[in-house]
Design a binder for this molecule. Structure first.
Ligand code: S3P
Length: 159
């Protein structure tokens, strides 16, 4: 199993889709899969049931996945130790984007409940997670200022 991990807005979904084409391997976008399964958007799930419930849905989905598949994870999937154990069994690719890159990309984003209008809060969450992404990564790909095709080639080279 190939897991793409990284902060919100680091490009996991785009990379997973294109990688899936190149490798002729199915892919799953975890947020989309949860939305379809629950017939609710991510913000609706957070509003109605809270983050802890969403995290449980993420873990359940992660546990149900069967290889071979490329998994575009949600940015917070790395938080639960149960999830970390599952990730460690696969190849984990960390798409490493600077906070400034993410801040620019998500400036008007309304779809991510944990991306707030408070820049400092966003930065703190990012910095708290960074060492976790790094510690779980089999490979780290820097994505700042790079075209998707370049990123894909770098990912292919490390598989
Ligand atoms: C989250 C990231 C989102 C989504 C949810 C929570 C997070 O996924 O799972 O809004 O905690 O970082 P993306 O990383 O695909 O934006």
């Amino acid at each position: 199993m190939i897991f793409l991990i990284g902060y919100m807005g680091s490009g996991k979904s785009t990379v997973a889709r294109e990688l899936s084409d190149k490798l002729n391997m199915p892919y799953i976008e975890m947020d989309e899969a949860i939305e379809q399964q629950q017939d609710m958007s991510i913000p609706q799930i957070f509003n109605k049931y809270g983050e802890a419930h969403f995290r449980k849905l993420e873990t359940d989905l992660l546990k149900s996945l069967q290889a071979p598949v490329i998994v575009s994870t949600g940015g917070g999937v790395i938080l639960a130790s149960e999830n970390q154990e599952i990730l460690k069994k696969g190849t984990v690719i960390f798409l490493d984007a600077a906070f400034e890159t993410i801040d620019e990309r998500l400036s008007n984003d309304q779809d991510r409940p944990l991306w707030t209008n408070n820049r400092e809060e966003n930065r703190q969450r990012y910095e708290k997670r960074l060492p976790i992404y790094r510690s779980l990564a089999s490979h780290v790909i820097q994505v700042d200022h790079k075209e998707t095709t370049v990123i894909i080639n770098e990912v292919l080279n490390c598989l």
